[in-house]
Design a protein around this ligand. Structure first.
Ligand code: F0G
Length: 374
């Protein structure tokens, strides 16, 4: 088998790149679709439940899919610098791909509200980190304003190439399952990713979608039918940052899932179109529900995702309990980012280490205390 060299090379015929375009890539994509084997037993539901673990991308989140496209095209167009507003993951991906491309990167982040791992990435890759005394929505507005007055190329998901790269997740799910799931659940923040998933699924069945129309100048790629139907899309928002669920912008969004601490999503309309076309719905989960499921997933399946990602699974478990999702369903949850991104939240909610003297009896005592009963 040829060496895997990233999603642009793999899906070139379904992406807006010329045959000769050299991809700026870190071999992103090709993430595993992991069947959750213990959770359905635990919640006593007969379903086939899968996690598409996007935390295993090169910078630890799904953003790499969009960033390889956005930066490849920016370089091709001669850009010297890229810029984004971010709750953390976009800035980490932008910083890494800019480093790879040898161009400058500016990131606007809400001061004190991004997870430590993400901040360390943006800093380590050498981007210029601008902390604003404001939230993501303020940053998003400022980025659009400053792009009019300075030579910077925006790599937020209003950049249509981002969405194009991110749509490839749907192709991979279909390839891995050999079919389309009945439901596909994911967290919704700025709403680009649900839009991208839907475009990917729609292209896979050769269907047109309203979600694509708003995507400036993008044609629908390749009517290459690789599936017979599209899944029902489920979008979940945190209760303190649920503008789409509530039907109005949230001025001061707040949630432990800082990745989706967004009150006025840029791709709102496309996301609603995607959800509507798919026959799906939006719903919310509380911070307690998010953290509970993040830990449950880590401790029953061995998968460590960040809080924002856990909301996809939290929402699905709730909707299974409510009977909104029926037994017998095939469900995929996109776990958008790795748990290591946010060590503070993980440590705060876990059992603390025990400290003992460096002696055998002390270690034995701890082991005996914690051994499972036979
Ligand atoms: N999950 C994670 C881990 C994210 O970082 C984001 C968005 C989302 C879900 C939501 O995706 O915005 O396409 O609806 N993070 C952006 C950022 C906003 O700046 O990193 P969305």
């Amino acid at each position: 088998m040829a060496h895997y060299s990233g999603l642009i090379d793999k899906y070139r015929d379904r992406l807006p790149v010329a045959p000769g375009t050299r991809a700026v890539s870190l071999n992103e994509g090709a993430t595993p679709l992991i069947e959750l084997v213990n959770l359905p037993v635990l919640v006593r539901k007969k379903v086939r439940l899968y996690a598409k673990f996007e935390g295993l991308n090169p910078t630890g989140s799904f953003k790499d899919r969009g960033m390889t496209m956005a930066v490849t095209r920016a370089v091709e167009e001669g850009a010297r610098a890229i810029i984004c507003a971010s709750t953390g993951n976009t800035s980490a991906a932008a910083a890494a791909y800019a480093a790879r491309a040898g161009i400058a990167c500016f990131v606007l982040i809400p001061e004190g509200k991004i997870a430590l791992g993400k901040l360390s990435q943006a800093m380590m890759h050498g981007s210029v980190v601008i902390q604003i005394r404001g939230n993501f929505d303020d940053g998003m507005r400022l980025v659009q304003e400053v792009a009019r007055t300075t030579p910077v190329n925006i790599v937020n998901s209003i950049n249509p190439y981002r969405i194009q790269g991110q749509k490839t997740v749907a192709f991979e799910v279909i390839e891995a399952l050999g079919d389309v799931p009945d439901y596909h659940a994911l967290p919704v923040g700025n709403a680009g990713n649900i839009t991208a998933h839907w475009i990917g699924y729609s292209e896979s069945v050769g269907e047109k979608t309203e979600a694509l129309k708003a995507d400036a100048g993008m044609r629908q790629y390749k009517r290459k039918k690789i599936a017979k139907r599209r899944p029902i899309m489920l979008g979940y928002q945190a209760s303190g940052a649920a503008p789409i669920v509530r039907g109005r912008p949230v001025e001061n969004p707040e949630t432990v899932a800082t990745a989706i601490r967004i009150g006025n999503p840029v791709s709102w309309q496309q996301a609603v179109a995607a959800s509507h076309e798919s026959g799906g719905w939006f719903a919310e989960c509380t911070d307690e529900e998010i953290l509970h499921v993040q830990k449950l997933l880590a401790q029953t399946e061995g998968i460590f995702c960040e809080p924002a990602s856990a909301i996809a699974l939290a929402g699905v478990l709730k909707d299974l309990e409510l009977g909104k999702i029926g037994e017998g369903s095939i469900i995929v949850c996109t776990l958008t980012g790795h748990g290591l991104k946010d060590p503070d939240v993980a440590i705060a909610q876990s059992a603390q280490p025990v400290t003992v003297d460096a002696e055998l009896p002390a270690i034995e005592r701890v082991i005996r205390r914690h051994l499972p009963k036979t």
